[in-house]
Design a protein around this ligand. Structure first.
Ligand code: BGC
Length: 864
């Protein structure tokens, strides 16, 4: 259903009188309000007019209340893609879109943005966060949250803090200096909260310096509520509450999800035993009620139905975003943009699949997802051809959308039963089990974590059959794969092909609770229709001991299939095709199964055989652009051979159109790297400290995260932080620094000129370099990164030959400060600071000036 327009936030009023209600609540009701009732809702107290409110993931879209068979949503480009725009105005527009999407899904609170830090290239959720740089991350987050707030919807920056890797994420103790904690990991939250639009924060799973974040008094009480004066709500990450008294006393307001594990009667018991004061409970309840009151003001009713918005103007914004995020890493001989009139071959593993999103709770069911092939096809005017080259998957590509139901719809039928199957039905032995319900499904990766049926057996054991037909377009040997959290058998035309019931092997699917994908093959003929049936039993039918610390309830199943193609044959086909065309768009990358919540990557490399394909195609046709889709850096061993390389991230619904817009020049690329692209894994600052070992991970690189480390260690990155080319060129000149006498205000202005032949957008980056470090100085001063990004701005669509004046506002104290551990506060030290304004962190043409800080001062809080 399409809903016409979004409700204005001003159109409803909040009626909840927090003080009056607080005075009337019983202790039992208070305890109930402090945890969710299910995965996505808080508790209601109808007798006092307290409604239940809805929370929804976040961060790159609003999924609604279902993992399984969810109502489709707008999927934005991933966090690092948004980071690459360096565009706070765009981040606010993102907030507006998410606000409208939240309303369509009946959600009052969006669980995002993710503003952790990519301290290593391998972090499974690196794609979700904006940047390795805290200022870029914090300013974008502030605008994103303000955009949601404009629509009345509450943002929830997460995960507070140091959730920067997935390995043993609930158990690991992050050992980090106070200085790195404040300068790097807390700063994005501080900047977002300073802007005043953050009503909720989610804690991270891990321990930080010995104590879990959700019960960490230093983080929650001393810093967040104390020093920063934050008066919003703090919720746990899902199943990230680990105790009753500790969490309530430290300031964790809401345990999510429900039903509660640690509150309810345990909390009333703790109050009666004086382990938790009633005052602490009241403080927590007050914060929940304030959020409920805010939610009430949205006018979004309790338990609202979930709808699709999918407006044309949103599709336009998503397309603009997808293109604006793309970083032109390299463009020798101006090989790009390609001419639409010439012949093009689209080659590679990510050409015909839409690599639109990373994996885990950020993933969602998009209204549509345009593949690079579809995007190129829509704009190419010359001959167009395709070669697969190699595959890039870990598990076989999902079969769901290539299946058909008996009435011809895309997808398959899912039939739900209480009783186990007895094998595939035949005319002589039909399925006589009582059917609970039939669903039409298109996504063959089904995670039933929040699915339920009122007539399920009391013992919670149930079964489902997924059935549809498949008609291959090419003859050959096909591999079929089945991964389950539960048990399952896959049949093709009644023949048992894959059995995943006994001797199951633990894999990484279903956030670490599923089996490895069991695979078997069968020769199929093009044009012939085959009946595919999977008979599945829920998680309780399996003896497999889950690898995840979280109980994912009912479990799930994943059905994949594809024609077998050896890398040798695929590469030979691709090379032969590349030789016959004028231009090649070579699409490679990772995707949701390589970069996902729950698991870090083990190498920085592209999937097996991909590099061989790229090298071979580049040798066959130098007129090739390599389009890399990943959320974080990958190794590019063939980069010296490539003339043109685009970093296209995960681009959301409009992925393929965004890529085509840049390839053919409809959009002049302006994205900038929000993280350093190392040459090799070993160059990463966190390389020796990137896993949980003996239950802890040492943030040994301290404040030298990302470019701060590459600068310090004198390592040449493959592409530096802030780098990104354009189809035109820009010069920066006439730097003027005006420092106010009576305040901290500093204005830095610079003239930007488009020195090329086409219009384009230019990002201006301002780095502050501290006074030269004097090793013998007494008293000693700490060493500091040689430069740090402090502010940035973007000049849009500057015509060829035109100039524009850009003024960047610095705060003299804030932007010269480091965290002084000796007094546990920020310190702006007297001295001469260099200001560098350039187009990347390594811009040799950056313009420079100086800023004098006359006296050393210390400050606390959100800003000086
Ligand atoms: C993630 C959160 C997410 C929550 C709800 C957790 O596993 O860490 O970011 O909001 O699930 O899906």
């Amino acid at each position: 259903m399409i809903i016409p327009s979004t409700q204005s936030p001003a159109s409803a009023t909040a009626t909840l009188d927090v003080d009056a209600v607080l005075a009337k609540l019983t202790l039992k009701e208070k305890a109930e309000l402090l945890s969710g009732i299910d995965f996505w809702h808080t508790a209601a107290v109808p007798r006092l007019g307290i409604p239940s409110i809805r929370l929804s993931d976040g961060p790159n879209g609003v999924r609604g209340t279902r993992f399984f068979n969810s109502v489709p949503s707008a999927c934005l480009p991933c966090g690092t893609a948004i980071g690459a725009t360096f565009d706070t105005a765009l981040a606010r527009e993102i907030g507006h879109l998410l606000g409208d999407e939240a309303r369509a899904k009946g959600a009052h609170v969006v669980l995002g943005p993710t503003i952790n830090i990519q301290r290593l290239a391998l972090g499974g959720r690196g794609f979700e966060s904006f940047s390795e740089d805290p200022a870029l991350s914090g300013f974008l987050a502030a605008s994103y949250c303000a955009g949601l707030d404009d629509k009345g919807i509450a943002a929830t920056p997460k995960h507070f803090t140091c959730n920067d890797m997935e390995h043993e994420r609930m158990a690991v103790d992050v050992i980090v200096t106070k200085r790195a904690l404040h300068e790097i990991y807390l700063t994005p939250f501080r900047l977002a909260i300073a802007d005043g639009h953050v009503p909720a924060v989610m804690t991270s799973y891990s321990k930080v310096n010995g104590t879990h974040a959700s019960e960490n008094t230093y983080l929650l009480e001393k810093v967040l509520r104390g020093s920063w004066g934050y008066n919003g709500l703090v919720m746990s990450d899902w199943f990230g509450t680990y105790g009753t008294s500790e969490a309530v006393n430290a300031g964790l307001d809401l345990e999510m999800p429900g039903p509660s594990r640690f509150r309810g009667s345990l909390l009333t018991h703790a109050v009666n035993a004086n382990k938790v004061s009633i005052r602490a409970v009241n403080d927590r309840v007050r914060n929940v009620l304030e959020l409920v009151k805010r939610a009430q003001a949205t006018g979004i009713p309790e338990n609202a139905p979930e709808n699709e918005l999918n407006r044309p103007e949103d599709r336009q914004l998503l397309r603009r975003l997808a293109a604006d995020a793309i970083v032109l890493l390299k463009n020798d001989d101006q090989v790009l943009p390609f001419a639409p009139s010439k012949s093009v071959a689209v080659i590679g593993p990510t050409s015909r699949i839409a690599t639109y999103c990373g994996g885990g709770s950020a993933s969602l069911n998009p209204y549509e997802a345009v593949t690079p092939w579809e995007g190129i096809e829509a704009q190419a005017k010359g001959a167009l051809s395709f070669a697969q080259g190699v595959y890039g998957h870990q598990m076989l590509p999902l079969l769901g959308k290539r299946m058909r139901t008996d009435d011809g719809q895309v997808g398959f039928s899912l039939r739900v039963y209480n009783d186990p199957p007895t094998g595939p039905p035949t005319p002589s032995s039909p399925d006589t089990r009582p059917l609970l319900e039939t669903k039409h499904v298109t996504d063959s990766n089904m995670f039933f974590v929040d699915y339920n049926h009122p007539d399920f057996n009391k013992n919670g054991i149930w079964y489902a059959d997924a059935e549809g037909t498949f008609t291959p377009t090419e003859s050959g040997l096909y591999d079929f794969g089945l991964s389950v959290h539960g048990t399952g058998r896959l049949y093709v035309d009644g023949e048992l092909l894959v059995e995943n019931v006994e001797n199951q092997r633990l894999g990484t699917s279903f956030l670490g609770s599923g089996t490895v994908e069991e695979v078997n093959s069968k020769t199929l003929e093009a044009g012939k229709t085959y009946r595919i049936l999977v008979q599945w039993g829920c998680s309780k039918t399996s003896n497999l001991v889950a690898g995840s610390m979280i109980d994912f309830g009912h479990g799930g199943m994943r059905i994949g299939a594809c024609r077998r193609l050896t890398p040798e044959d695929g590469i030979a086909e691709a090379v032969a095709l590349a030789k016959t065309v004028d231009q090649v768009v070579l699409c490679v990358g990772l995707g949701a199964e390589w970069e996902s919540e729950g698991e870090d990557r083990v190498t920085m490399d592209l999937p097996p055989n991909t590099d061989n394909l790229v090298a071979a195609v580049l040798a066959a046709n130098p007129n090739t652009v390599v389009v890399v889709q990943s959320g974080t850096p990958v190794t590019l061993p063939w980069v010296g051979q490539a003339k043109a390389v685009l970093q296209a991230w995960y681009g959301g619904n409009e992925t393929g159109n965004g890529i085509a817009d840049v390839v053919f020049g409809a959009v002049n690329p302006a994205g900038k790297l929000p993280l350093t692209y190392p040459r090799r894994l070993e160059d990463n600052p966190a390389h020796v400290n990137y896993r949980s070992e003996a239950g802890r991970v040492l943030y040994g690189e301290d404040v030298y995260v990302g470019y701060r480390y590459f600068d310090r260690a004198g390592i040449e990155p493959l592409f530096p932080f802030g780098h990104g080319l354009s189809y035109t060129s820009f010069s920066l000149e006439d730097l003027v620094i005006s420092q106010a006498e009576a305040s901290n205000d500093v204005q830095v202005s610079v003239k930007v000129t488009n020195t090329g032949a086409v219009a384009g957008s230019c990002t201006v980056q301002l780095y502050v370099a501290p006074p030269v470090w004097e090793p013998r100085r007494v008293p000693a001063v700490p060493q500091r990164p040689s430069q740090e990004l402090r502010v940035f701005d973007k000049v849009h669509d500057l015509a060829a030959g035109a100039s524009a004046q850009v003024t960047l506002n610095l705060d003299a104290k804030r932007d010269t400060s480091y965290w002084d551990e000796t007094v546990d506060s920020w310190c702006s030290r007297e001295g001469l600071y260099r200001i560098r304004v350039g187009q990347s962190s390594r811009d040799v043409n950056a313009v420079e000036g100086t800023l004098t800080i006359k006296e050393t001062t210390h400050w606390q809080g959100l800003s000086p």
